[in-house]
Design a protein around this ligand. Structure first.
Ligand code: ATP
Ligand code: MG
Length: 404
């Protein structure tokens, strides 16, 4: 029997649905996919239910057709500047001189007991590390001798109404959202290697309406943030800068844009279609880069500030990994290296095997991660594969049921 998993990335630019089959051993076979342009979101959150439902349905129809299966439920990605990440910690006395599973549950409960406003909902509780008595940096405390157990965790919360709107869109499109997953967690599952998470890495997803940041160190999530800026802002800057419609500005950006003037030859020119019956005109390609560069600098400078807040900015041995559609801009890596001062690489959804070539692009990283995340959990439940905090993840991913 098939174990169908569907990941639904509802982005500001497009909706991407992936359908995969998970084997009991935790292997995936991608069965189908669908991508549809979406105009129903602004800065990562739903502002037009009808348009979003239509895009979700179109992406699901295509995914159902290509996979030859009916999709009943999805894990959907959630993002937007309403999402907040915070670090917290808790301490409990260990019962009986040896740490048990119950003690770990109690210490996590103690750590998550922070005041969260009523209109916000906890999306994820991500353990960072434990300490048993004076022994710090413990990842698996169960079975250790001690009298005092301490936990450090990262909590991700979302504004309730935004999540509810996204779920409503899924339901109107005829599918049940079984879980909402914070998008950069999914992207990290798809694009990062385990050793990068250990050594320290910042994953930055520069999409259409938002830029998501997630920082890992010693295998744990240290910081998360969402900035209300993305590639769409580059497009509107170009439209205003050279007085051309947004659709033309988008085409120019994708075909000839560059994140820094450094990578553009001075003598290169590009044709811009005329507006309102005017003749097409030629402009220097450098002009496009001149418009894009300050905005990209602004995005990366804001991302840098978030990375500094993680407290591990000086220890990111694996540097920065860039994903999201905007990371395709020529010169993005060069500009990012200048601003972050660490090695930068471009990420792709490499961890999901069997992705067709047309999906091996940085904008499909989130959708691929939404599948991989479910696989992790499925395997945890069956005991086939234990992620570091697998048991924990499975327990708290049930939050979504309380959410609605
Ligand atoms: N080749 C390219 N060069 C430059 N920009 C590109 C290229 N291809 C796509 N983009 C830009 O990438 C952005 C879309 O990226 P992506 O699909 O990752 O966003 P999204 O997931 O829909 O949005 P978000 O995550 O912000 O909600 C658009 O602004 C688009 O113009
Ligand atoms: Mg996205």
């Amino acid at each position: 029997m098939r174990n169908l998993l569907t990941g639904l990335d509802v982005g500001t630019s497009k909706v991407c649905a992936l359908v995969a089959d998970a084997s009991p051993e935790g292997e995936f076979a991608l069965l189908g996919h669908g991508v549809a342009p979406c105009n129903g979101l602004r800065k990562g959150v739903v502002v037009n239910i009808e348009a979003t439902v239509e895009a979700i349905r179109a992406a699901l129809d295509e995914a159902e057709k290509t996979s030859g299966s009916r999709v009943g439920s999805v894990v959907a990605g959630v993002a937007g500047p309403h999402i907040r990440g915070l670090n917290s910690h808790g301490i409990v006395a260990v019962r009986g001189g040896e740490v048990g599973t119950r003690d770990v549950e109690r210490v996590i409960d103690a750590a998550r007991a922070v005041a969260i406003p009523l209109d916000r909902q906890v999306l994820h509780i991500l353990p960072q590390q434990f300490a048993v008595d004076d022994q710090e940096g413990v990842r698996q405390p169960v079975g250790m001798a001690g009298v005092r157990l301490e936990a450090r965790i990262h909590i991700v919360t979302a504004a309730q109404s935004y999540g509810q709107n996204l779920s409503k869109c899924c339901e109107r499109a005829g599918v049940t959202p079984t879980e909402l997953l914070f998008e950069p967690l999914a992207s990290a599952d798809a694009a990062l290697f385990p050793e990068e998470r250990e050594l320290g890495v910042a994953l930055i997803d520069v999409g259409g309406g938002t830029t998501d940041i997630i920082v890992f160190h010693s295998g744990a999530v240290m910081h998360t943030a969402v900035l209300p800026l993305g590639g769409n802002h580059l497009t509107s800057d170009i439209a205003a800068g050279i007085r051309t419609p947004v659709t033309e500005a988008e085409k120019l950006k994708v075909a000839y844009g560059a994140a820094t003037c450094q990578v553009v030859r001075r003598d290169q020119t590009v044709q811009v279609a005329g507006v309102g019956g005017r003749e097409p005109k030629a402009i220097a390609r450098k002009l496009l880069a001149d418009i894009i560069e300050p905005r990209m600098e602004e995005i990366f400078a804001m991302a840098q500030r978030e990375i500094m807040r993680s407290g591990v900015a000086d220890n990111l041995a694996s540097g920065v990994v860039l994903v999201g559609g905007t990371s395709l801009l020529e010169g993005t890596q060069e500009l990012a290296e200048r601003i972050f001062g660490v090695p930068v690489r471009r990420g792709l959804p490499v961890n999901l095997k069997g992705m067709p070539e047309e999906l091996m692009k940085p904008m499909y990283t989130t959708a691929a991660g939404l599948i991989l995340h479910q696989g992790d959990r499925g395997a945890d439940h069956k005991g086939a594969r234990h992620g570091k905090f697998g048991w924990w993840r499975s327990r708290f991913s049930d939050w979504v049921r309380d959410f609605f």
